[in-house]
Design a protein around this ligand. Structure first.
Ligand code: ARG
Length: 410
């Protein structure tokens, strides 16, 4: 973090105003310590004595990006049975590198939707980054994935002899409530549940519902009571509908959402977080990474449907926040998803808004991140190209600042 009284002025040739959805020319951003203290036209902004000036007058400047669905402790090349030999401590240490790569790619905040490991690696990463032990994005962490026995949030790779279950397994409303309490006790900011089966898990169907409505109502009631939002992994249509009715804050993946699900999401203001890039990586690299043949088969069934349903749901006016499932594909490649968001119906500005102000809203952090506004953290990035007209430029971030400290400058 930046020294409390250090003043920095950024000269921005173009400044993306994600709140208004416009681009302002020749602006100056004044940063005092960690926060933005003024934003206005360059011409009328005085540079205080002793201030550091950063000249981005030939670049497009944006708020730091936010990814709502990451797994920083996951190495994409250790999938399926390859993951079994990885200890929680090893995974957390891997996360140190993943955190740096993510931040350097312009993602200054991430929500980490947890792991099936027992060690709360994502919570430890968050705390270590906050303590300044190493650099990484601001994090909101989930701890364990909560789900039914044998479901996507369990781990079904070992035979019955091993008598193994993931620590987040909880069957029945009261067990599920207790699991939420346990996550809160050990520092989770957000609760991640599995409403349906998944792609990268053994022996389940992505489209099949897992948690019942009753279980999800218990989880949401408990989580909201404790001030935590709930993110529900759900590919299947009935799981999506029941999760929304139960009151979850976001549906992750949403691959097979139907018209009723779209209608419910609109009515309830539920965000969809659709990871429509990672299909590319799974199908191209998955076999090498150790992804099971049955998972590759499942991906071939849901990948394209998810992209088509992204277009349909967004076109119907459902709220969307940017989330990619980083960890399934290499950390730092998060911005590759912008290409697909634009291809499947968003303008570049809308895609940028989903990764800034929209994501900040879903995080419950609109007071501190998501736009270049007075009082918010100075989490600021820049690109040489015109990102507001072409969001794919965000794969080539040239400047990253987090909390007033320069992380990257080219
Ligand atoms: N973690 C998710 C799952 O295993 C990944 C899904 C990736 N595929 C996709 N088309 N988004 O279910």
């Amino acid at each position: 973090a930046n020294a409390a009284d250090q003043v920095t002025v950024i000269r921005a040739g173009k400044l993306v105003d994600v709140v208004a959805g416009t681009v302002l020319k020749d602006q100056a951003i004044v940063i005092t310590g960690e926060r933005i203290s003024a934003v206005g036209p360059n011409a009328s902004t005085k540079v205080p004595a002793g201030a550091q000036v950063i000249d981005l007058s030939s670049q497009t400047v944006l708020p730091g990006l936010i990814d709502m669905h990451t797994h920083l402790t996951s190495d994409p090349y250790l999938a399926g049975y390859n993951a079994l030999g990885v200890s929680d401590v090893r995974a957390a240490l891997y996360g140190v590198r993943a955190a740096r790569k993510t931040l350097e790619a312009g993602f200054t905040t991430v929500r980490d939707v947890g792991s099936s490991g027992t060690g709360f690696g994502d919570v430890a990463l968050r705390d270590a980054i906050n303590d300044g032990d190493f650099i990484g994005p601001r994090m909101r962490s989930a701890g364990h994935l909560i789900g039914m026995k044998g479901g996507h949030c369990d781990d079904n790779l070992l035979p019955p002899d091993a008598n193994f279950a993931a620590r987040g397994v909880a069957d029945g409303p009261w067990a599920a409530r207790a699991k939420v309490r346990e996550m809160a006790k050990y520092g989770a900011d957000v609760i991640k549940i599995c409403a349906s089966g998944g792609v990268l898990s053994k022996g389940d169907e992505a489209g099949a519902q897992e948690y019942t409505l009753e279980e999800m109502q218990a989880i949401v009631g408990e989580a909201h009571k404790l001030g935590r939002k709930v993110a529900a992994h759900a590919h299947g249509a009935s799981a999506i509908r029941d999760a929304i009715v139960a009151g979850v804050d976001s549906i992750e993946h949403a691959s097979l959402i139907d018209d009723e699900g779209i209608k419910l999401a609109k009515e309830r203001g539920t965000y969809l977080v659709m990871d429509i890039y990672d299909d590319d990586f799974i199908l191209q690299e998955g076999e090498k990474a150790g992804i099971l043949p049955e998972s590759l088969e499942k991906e071939r069934k849901v990948g394209q449907l998810q992209r088509d349903n992204f277009r349909k749901a967004f076109g119907s006016g459902v709220k969307m926040a940017f989330g990619t499932d980083a960890g399934v594909y290499p950390h730092g490649d998060n911005a590759k998803q912008f290409y697909y968001m634009v291809k499947y119906g968003m303008t570049s500005m809308q895609a940028i808004q989903s990764a800034t102000i929209g994501a900040a809203d879903l995080l419950g952090w609109k007071d501190r991140v998501g736009s270049i506004s007075v009082g918010k953290y100075a989490d600021i990035i820049a690109v040489k190209g015109n990102a507001a007209d072409d969001a794919t430029e965000l794969t080539k971030v040239s400047f990253v600042m987090k909390g007033g400290a320069v992380i990257r400058q080219q």
